[in-house]
Design a protein around this ligand. Structure first.
Ligand code: MTE
Length: 330
C-alpha cells in the first residue's frame, strides 16, 4: 500500500476506483480540466504550537457567536479561499472547484428540517425555529478527508446533542441518520449516478450526543457558503469528512443502523464508523499521512504530516469505542 501519492493528480487522488470511470465521464461531459484543481496546495505549519490567528474578513453575512477556547487547534488556519474553493459536494460535481462554481443558484433559505423516527417530539421545523435560543460558538477543528488531505477550520455552530435532546429520543434510538436535500434543479451533480442520492449519513446515538459533534451554520464568522453545506451541516472532527452531511433536511432516529451513502457504495472502503485511523486504509488511500492544506506559501506536494488516531481527538472520543476492534469495525 503506498504511503504517499502525488497530489497533482487530484481527480484520481480523490476518486474511489469504483466510480472513477463514471467521474471521468462526468468531467468530460462538463468539459472541465481536473488540472484546475491542483491550484490549492499551500504549505502549512501543522503541529507548530502557534495559536490560530483571528479569522480574516470573509464575504457573507456576519454571525453573532462566542469563540469557545476549549476547542482550539494548534497550527495555522486553512485560508478562507481554500475552505470555500476546495470542496467535496458531489451534488454540485465531483471536482474540488465544482461546488463553489455551480452552487450559486442553490437557495438555502427558506429551509425546514423533518425530524422523525424513534423520538417523542418529531415534526417539521423551520430552521429559525429549530435553532432558536441555541447560542452559537466558534470552534476550531481539524477536518480530515478520507482522500488524505486535511484542513484547520473555524466553524460556527452548536453541539448537535443540544438540538437532538429537544426531540426526546426514545430508549430505542440507537442511531441517528442525516439526509441532504435533493434538488436536481439547483444541484447539477444529481444528474449523475455517482451515489444513490440523496446523500445519507449516520452516527451511533452516543457519537451524535458527544460534545465534539457540531452542527455548523457558519464558517469564519459568516453564514455557511452554499459549497460548504448551507444552511446546516454536520461536523464530526474525529471521523473522515464524508460523515459530515451537508445541507441537512432530515434527521431520523432509529433502532437499527441506517444505510449510509458511501458505505452502501463501497463497504470495504468506507466503513460506517469512518474514524480517522492511520493504521486502517484501503487502496488507493493509505491513511498513514495526510496533506495539510493550511498556512502560507505554495507547495506542489503540500505539507505532509502524520495522521493521528481519531484525528487527534482520541483523549475525548476513544472511550466511545472501548472493546471494539477498530481494524474490523472501521
Ligand atoms: N455532503 C453531501 N451532501 N455531499 C457530499 O458530496 N462530501 C463529504 C462531506 N459531506 C459530501 C458531503 C466529504 S467526502 C467531505 S470530505 C466533506 O463533506 C467536505 O466538506 P468541505 O467541502 O466543507 O470541506
Amino acid at each position: 500500500m503506498p504511503t504517499r501519492r502525488p497530489p497533482d493528480l487530484p481527480e484520481r487522488d480523490v476518486t474511489p476506483e469504483a466510480i472513477y470511470q463514471d467521474r471521468r465521464r462526468l468531467v468530460r461531459l462538463l468539459a472541465l480540466s481536473p488540472l484546475a484543481l491542483a491550484a490549492c496546495s499551500p504549505k502549512g505549519e501543522a503541529g507548530s504550537p502557534t495559536p490560530a490567528p483571528p479569522p480574516p474578513p470573509a464575504p457573507g453575512t456576519a454571525l453573532s457567536y462566542t469563540p469557545n477556547p476549549a476547542f482550539r487547534t494548534r497550527g495555522p488556519l486553512t485560508s478562507w479561499q481554500d475552505v470555500t474553493h476546495y470542496n467535496n459536494y458531489y451534488e454540485f460535481g465531483t471536482s474540488k472547484s465544482d461546488p463553489a462554481r455551480y452552487s450559486g443558484a442553490f437557495k438555502p433559505r427558506p429551509w425546514s428540517v423533518t425530524v422523525g423516527g424513534e423520538c417523542e417530539a418529531p415534526g417539521i421545523f423551520a430552521l429559525e425555529d429549530l435553532i432558536k435560543g441555541i447560542p452559537l460558538e466558534q470552534r476550531i477543528y481539524r477536518h480530515r478527508c478520507v482522500e488524505a488531505w486535511s484542513m484547520v477550520i473555524p466553524w460556527v455552530g452548536f453541539p448537535l446533542g443540544t438540538l437532538l435532546k429537544r426531540f426526546k429520543p426514545t430508549s430505542r434510538a440507537k442511531y441517528v441518520a442525516f439526509t441532504t436535500v435533493d434538488r436536481p434543479g439547483q444541484m447539477p451533480g444529481l444528474s449523475y449516478p455517482v451515489l444513490d442520492w440523496p446523500y445519507r449519513e449516520g452516527l451511533r446515538i452516543d457519537e451524535a450526543m458527544h460534545p465534539l459533534t457540531l452542527l455548523a451554520v457558519g464558517v469564519y464568522g459568516r453564514v455557511l457558503p452554499n459549497q460548504n453545506g448551507a444552511p446546516l451541516r454536520l461536523v464530526v472532527p474525529w471521523k473522515y469528512g464524508f460523515k459530515s452531511t451537508k445541507a441537512i433536511v432530515q434527521i431520523a432516529f432509529s433502532e437499527t443502523r441506517p444505510v449510509t451513502s458511501w458505505n452502501q457504495a463501497a463497504p470495504d472502503r468506507y466503513g460506517f464508523y469512518a474514524n480517522v485511523n492511520p493504521d486502517v486504509g484501503t487502496v488507493p488511500w493509505s491513511q498513514h499521512t495526510e496533506r495539510r492544506i493550511a498556512g502560507s506559501g505554495f507547495s506542489l506536494f503540500g505539507n505532509r504530516i502524520a495522521t493521528r488516531l481519531f484525528n487527534g481527538y482520541a483523549d475525548q472520543v476513544a472511550s466511545l469505542y472501548a472493546g471494539m476492534d477498530l481494524r474490523r469495525d472501521y
